[in-house]
Design a protein around this ligand. Structure first.
Ligand SMILES: Cc1cc2nc3c(=O)[nH]c(=O)nc-3n(C[C@H](O)[C@H](O)[C@H](O)COP(=O)(O)O)c2cc1C
Length: 216
């Protein structure tokens, strides 16, 4: 049976990112796959500590020497048939948890060699889901493509396949905006935008999950 791992880089287990990942999981399941959703913020782990164990000539490359809650996740990604990384945008970047996870996964499988740059054992299809307050116009205005493009390029280099992408703009952050200082947002607009777009986004996520499993 094929397997897909879905990595939730939001601390919210039922937030926007999680919802999209769960929809992708359903798509993958409908394509006959086994699914596993990992909530990074439920785990105790750190980003790369630059120990260089993974670069030692005397050791097997592709192994992260750090031992913590992320270690089994890194192994599971290696044996999976596809992976989806879902991250909220925090201060114009990925969440700290997602960055830490990617550092560990990518750096341990990347080598400073003139001949090859990846020791990842196979070509692994993947996708990135991005959720954020920003609108599509802000995304362009702030040149976000430069940031995500770099992560996507590294993904292609390490995992061997160009990742698919899904963008969820203008997400609803609070159930009740009146309870929070949030005057920069127009809650009515937020609700209306979600009403108009969220079902399509869930469908897009579902289809990515399904396609990744069909084509892996
Ligand atoms: C610490 C923090 C920083 C954030 N920074 C940004 C940002 O720079 N740009 C943006 O568009 N949204 C930002 N947001 C909003 C989230 O990206 C957005 O609400 C996202 O959809 C949350 O995903 P979740 O529901 O899965 O937790 C930030 C939220 C938090 C908590």
């Amino acid at each position: 049976m094929k397997k897909i791992i879905l990595i939730n880089g939001s601390p919210r287990k039922n937030g926007n990112t999680a919802e999209l990942l769960k929809s992708a999981a359903k798509g993958a399941q409908d394509a006959g796959a086994e699914v596993e959703l990992v909530n990074l913020y439920a785990l105790n782990f750190k980003g790369c500590t630059s120990c260089f164990y993974c670069k030692l000539k005397s050791k097997e490359h592709g192994i992260c020497a750090m031992k913590d809650d992320l270690s089994p996740v890194l192994e599971k990604i290696k044996s999976a048939d596809a992976v989806i990384f879902g991250t909220p945008i925090y201060f114009m970047n990925f969440s700290a948890g997602m960055i830490a996870c990617i550092e560990r996964l990518f750096f341990s499988n990347y080598i400073y060699s003139n001949e090859i740059s990846t020791v990842f054992p196979k070509k692994l299809p993947s996708a990135f889901f991005y959720t954020m307050n920003m609108t599509a116009n802000h995304w362009e205005q702030f040149g976000m493509e430069r940031l995500t493009g770099m992560y996507e390029t590294f993904t292609e280099r390490i995992l061997g396949v160009k990742p698919k992408t899904l963008y969820a703009f203008d997400t609803v952050q609070f159930k009740d905006y009146s309870k929070y200082e949030s005057s920069i947002f127009d809650p009515e607009h937020k609700i209306a935008y979600r009403k108009e777009n969220w079902a399509t986004q869930l469908d897009d996520a579902y289809n990515i999950g399904k396609d990744l499993m069909r084509n892996s």
